[in-house]
Each structure stands twice: as structure tokens, then as C-alpha cells.
Design a protein around this ligand. Structure first.
Ligand SMILES: [Zn+2]
Ligand SMILES: [Zn+2]
Length: 271
């Protein structure tokens, strides 16, 4: 099964004409804000990034170049972008994915927060619709190659490696999430703790979040709140021992390496 949401069809991402509005394109994240990555945005890139090398829109025809084959999306989505895809809007379509599945190993009993770790390659967690909640998109590398790789209005896009995945949690995901008294539960972090929508049920963002966006609430326990959609960071870090995503059959993940409390009388905990 391909990792795809069941409740909506992913996309759209790239506009193909300067006149294409937000209904025909996705979003882009800049300086904490969510911008429509529509035709007008593509035309404004030299001003937005103060660099005249941007020319996403053909000045004569108004056309926008889009990676429109599997090979093109692969070459343009690599860290070392093929220079011929400069000033392309980069998108990979879900149909480019081979029928495949992702396996995630996540602690069933999350450990208490205390061992802060980075969000690794496997992502920050999983949305309850089965889609990966990824770490930050490599925006600097994308922009450095004079490309834009928009996210759809739900904060997701496709690469050939991870399939469809999220870099932002938008209202689109919040609305379809199961509601609990503390707020909408959107997924599970790689350390097994729950992830709630950015805003709690009272409509406010909790003020006491730690640097990984987590806090403890009576009756709920330790959990996270997704970061603001413009921030390109669903979770800043993970607070407990985390699992991993298995990339291919050869890899293994031992999420059972339980961190034990320090021995009586002190001393460092065994690793
Ligand atoms: Zn991505
Ligand atoms: Zn909370």
C-alpha cells in the first residue's frame, strides 16, 4: 500500500501558468508564514528572495516550468539538483511511486521525557491517516538551486523515497483528526507520545511547551503540539527514546533499548 491519506487526494502543488490561482497550486513556507505558491508568487520570487536569478515564469508566455516526469522529479528533488532544473517548480506525483510500504517501529509504551533527541531521517512521527510527519523540509537547499517544491494545502508533498509526507500540520489535517477533550489528536511521535493540533481545545496554543513542543497535562500525560504551519517544524525534537522508519528489508531498528534509571547511589545510566 502506498502511504496516502484516505480522506482526500493529495495536491495540487505547482502552478503551470502565471495566471493560476491558489486553487491550482499549493503553499510555500517563508519566514514563519504560509504563502500561496500560485502563479503570482512564482512571478514575485526575485523580489521575495531579492535575487534576480529567479525566473520561474516565462516573461513571454507566462508559462511555469514544472518537473513533469518521474525522472525529472527525481533529478530535481536530489540534494545536488541537476542544474538544468534551475527555475523549475518541482513536484513528484503520487503515481510515480512504486507500490511500496513503509514500516515504522514506535515504542508501544513511550518512555518519560528526559532524553531529548533530534528528529531523524524517519521523521517526527506518523499522522493517524498513515502519512509521515516529517522533519523540516530542506528549504535552503531547494531555494539555493532556484527551485520551489510546494506543499499542498494539507502541508504535504511527494518524494520518491518517503512517498507523500507532511512538513506542516495545517487545518486540513486538524479538521479530520479525532477530537479529545484536550484538542484534536493528529498523530503519534516516533517516541510513542501523542501529537495534538497546535491549538488546544480552548482555541489557544499552550504557553508551557518545552523546546520539543511538549508538555504534561493531568489526565493526558506527556504529549506534543504540532508547530505552527509556517515554521517548517512539526516537532522541534523528540523528548524520549524514539523508534525509526525501516528503509528497506536490510535495515533493523531496535526500539527496545529501554533507558534504565540510574543505579542507586548515582552514576551514569547505562546506554
Ligand atoms: Zn519533503
Ligand atoms: Zn497539550
Amino acid at each position: 500500500m502506498k502511504p496516502q491519506p484516505g480522506s482526500y487526494t493529495p495536491g495540487p502543488w505547482c502552478p503551470t501558468q502565471a495566471s493560476d490561482g491558489p486553487d491550482k497550486s499549493g503553499i510555500w513556507l517563508k519566514d514563519g508564514q504560509v504563502l500561496d505558491a500560485d502563479g503570482a508568487f512564482m512571478g514575485k520570487l526575485p523580489e521575495l528572495y531579492q535575487d534576480k536569478n529567479w525566473q520561474m515564469v516565462d516573461p513571454k508566455t507566462g508559462k511555469i516550468k514544472v518537473t513533469d516526469t518521474r525522472e525529472a522529479c527525481d533529478a530535481a528533488a536530489r540534494p545536488d539538483v541537476d542544474p538544468k532544473y534551475r527555475n523549475y517548480c518541482v513536484q513528484c506525483l503520487p503515481e510515480y511511486l512504486e507500490s511500496d510500504h513503509q514500516t515504522y517501529v514506535i515504542p508501544l509504551e513511550p518512555l518519560a521525557p528526559g532524553r531529548t533527541g533530534e528528529v531523524r531521517m524517519g521523521g517526527a512521527g506518523l499522522a493517524f491517516n498513515g502519512v509521515r510527519l516529517d522533519g523540516p523540509a530542506p528549504v535552503d537547499a531547494i531555494l539555493g538551486a532556484y527551485t520551489i517544491a510546494p506543499f499542498d494545502d494539507c502541508g504535504g508533498h511527494v518524494n520518491l523515497h518517503a512517498g507523500y509526507h507532511y512538513h506542516a500540520v495545517t487545518d486540513c489535517l486538524n479538521k479530520s483528526a479525532p477530537a479529545a477533550s484536550h484538542g484534536a489528536q493528529i498523530g503519534m511521535a516516533m517516541d510513542g507520545h501523542l501529537i495534538f493540533a497546535r491549538l488546544a481545545a480552548d482555541g489557544k496554543a499552550p504557553a508551557d511547551l518545552d523546546r520539543c513542543n511538549g508538555h504534561t497535562v493531568q489526565g493526558v500525560g506527556y504529549h506534543y503540539h504540532a508547530g505552527a504551519p509556517g515554521g517548517n517544524s512539526i516537532l522541534a525534537c523528540l523528548s524520549a527514546e524514539s523508534g525509526c522508519a525501516l528503509e528497506g528489508a536490510a535495515q533493523t531498528c531496535d526500539a527496545s533499548q529501554v533507558r534504565r534509571p540510574p543505579p542507586p547511589g548515582g552514576g551514569p545510566p547505562p546506554r
